[in-house]
Design a binder for this molecule. Structure first.
Ligand code: BGC
Length: 375
C-alpha cells in the first residue's frame, strides 16, 4: 500500500473510533453530582434525554424528578415541574416536589392501622394523621438500565422492618424510563418478608405552561372517573364512593381546572380546592389505562396519565404559599397540580377499598406513564 493509502486508512479508522466514542457518550446517561446529604452521603443527578429534545433530570435523593423539559407546540422547551435547584432545599422541603412517595402515599387516619391483629403506630406528620412517609428523603441506589426502549434509571431502596412503624423489610424498585414517544414511564415493584401495607406514587407538581409561570386554573383537565372518595375535615375518606355527576368534581369531559374551584361546595372547602382521590373507571384490574389528560392552551402542551392503579389524587397546590423554587421562581397557591396515581387514601383502615396489603411471596408491581404531546 502506498504511503498515501496508509495515511488515508489510518484517518478512516480514527474517524470510526471517534464516532463510536461519540455515539457511546451520547447513548450513556449523563450523571453529575447533586451534593451531599447532612450525614455525608453522595447524591447524584441523572439526565435522561430522548430524540425529541425532552429531558428528565432525576436525583437518587428521594427518586425525585428535579426538572422535566418538554417542547411546546412551537418546539420551545420549558421545564414543566416545580422543584428546587439545591439538595438542601429538598432535604428541608415539605411539599414532596417530584419525589417518590412511600411507604404509604397519602393519609392514614390517626397514624394507625391494624394488620393480622397487630396495631401499628406511625409518626403523625399531618395533624393527627400520617401523610406520605419518608421515601422522598432517602438516598436510593441508582443504576443506568437504558435499553432500546429509552434511557432508564433504576432506583432501589430497602425500607427496614419497623422503619416509620411499618412492618416488614420492604425491597422497593422504581424504574424511570424516558422513551422517544415523549413518555416518562415509572415502574414500581416491591417485595416484603412480613405482611405489610404499601402505597407508592410520584409527586410531580405540573405546570404545563412552565414551572413558576403562574397559576394552573386555565389548564383543561379530564379525569376518567365517575366517583370520588369524599373526605372529612382531616382529609380522610369517609368511606363513601360518591358520584361526581352535577358536582364541581365532574371532569369526565375536559373542563378548566379553575372553572368551578371556588364554588360553594363542602368538599372543595374541606380541601381548600381539589385535594381528593378519584376512583378511576378502569378499576383495580391492574391493566394500563388512561386515567387523566391535561391541556394547557397557550403552550399547546398535553399531558396524558395512564396507570395500572385504581385511584388518582388530583391536588391543586392549595398549600403552596410562596415557596422559592428553581431559577428564583416563587410558587404561590395553585401554581401547579399533581396527578398522583395510587391506591385510595387510608385504605388500611377501609376494608372495602382495594387492598394495599403485601405479603411475603407476593410481588407488588405498578406502572404509571406521563406522556407529553402538543396540539
Ligand atoms: C396531598 C396534599 C398535601 C400535598 C403535600 C398531596 O398529595 O393530597 O394534601 O398538602 O400532598 O404534602
Amino acid at each position: 500500500m502506498s504511503l498515501r493509502g496508509i495515511v488515508m486508512l489510518g484517518f478512516f479508522m480514527a474517524t470510526i473510533v471517534v464516532s463510536a466514542l461519540q455515539a457511546e457518550a451520547k447513548s450513556k446517561m449523563q450523571k453529575q453530582s447533586f451534593g451531599k446529604t447532612e450525614d455525608g452521603q453522595q447524591v447524584d443527578l441523572y439526565i435522561l434525554t430522548n430524540h425529541h429534545g425532552m429531558e428528565a433530570a432525576i436525583t437518587n435523593y428521594g427518586g425525585t424528578v428535579v426538572t422535566l423539559k418538554v417542547p411546546d407546540r412551537n418546539g420551545k422547551i420549558d421545564d414543566v415541574v416545580l422543584g428546587y435547584d439545591r439538595l438542601d432545599d429538598y432535604a428541608a422541603g415539605k411539599a414532596y416536589f417530584g419525589a417518590i412517595v412511600g411507604r404509604y402515599a397519602n393519609r392514614i387516619a390517626h397514624a394507625k392501622f391494624t394488620l393480622d391483629g397487630t396495631t401499628y403506630t406511625l409518626p403523625k406528620n399531618d395533624g393527627d394523621n400520617h401523610l406520605h412517609g419518608g421515601f422522598n428523603k432517602r438516598v436510593w441506589t441508582a443504576k443506568d438500565v437504558s435499553s432500546s426502549n429509552g434511557k432508564a434509571l433504576e432506583l432501589t431502596y430497602l425500607s427496614k422492618d419497623g422503619e416509620e412503624g411499618f412492618p416488614g423489610n420492604l425491597s422497593v424498585k422504581v424504574v424511570y424510563t424516558l422513551s422517544d414517544q415523549n413518555e416518562l414511564k415509572i415502574d414500581y415493584s416491591a417485595t416484603t418478608d412480613k405482611d405489610t401495607v404499601l402505597n407508592l406514587t410520584n409527586h410531580c407538581y405540573f405546570n404545563l405552561a412552565g414551572q413558576g409561570s403562574g397559576d394552573i386554573l386555565q389548564h383543561q383537565l379530564m379525569i376518567r372517573a365517575d366517583r370520588i372518595t369524599p373526605v372529612d375535615a382531616n382529609l380522610i375518606p369517609t368511606g363513601e364512593l360518591r358520584s361526581v355527576k352535577g358536582t364541581p368534581f365532574d371532569f369526565t369531559t375536559s373542563t378548566a381546572i379553575g372553572a368551578r374551584i371556588d364554588q360553594d361546595d363542602q368538599q372543595l372547602k374541606l380541601g381548600r380546592g381539589y385535594d381528593h382521590n378519584w376512583v378511576l373507571n378502569s378499576g383495580s384490574a391492574g391493566s394500563l389505562s388512561l386515567a387523566a389528560q391535561a391541556y394547557e392552551p397557550h403552550s399547546g402542551r398535553v399531558l396524558e396519565v395512564s396507570t395500572t392503579q385504581p385511584g388518582l389524587q388530583f391536588y391543586t397546590g392549595n398549600f403552596l404559599d410562596g415557596i422559592r423554587g428553581k431559577q428564583g421562581k416563587v410558587y404561590n397557591r395553585r401554581y401547579a397540580f399533581c396527578l398522583e396515581t395510587q391506591h385510595f387514601p387510608d385504605s388500611p383502615n377501609h376494608p372495602d377499598f382495594p387492598s394495599t396489603v403485601l405479603k411475603p411471596g407476593q410481588h407488588f408491581q405498578s406502572t404509571t406513564v406521563y406522556k407529553f404531546s402538543t396540539r
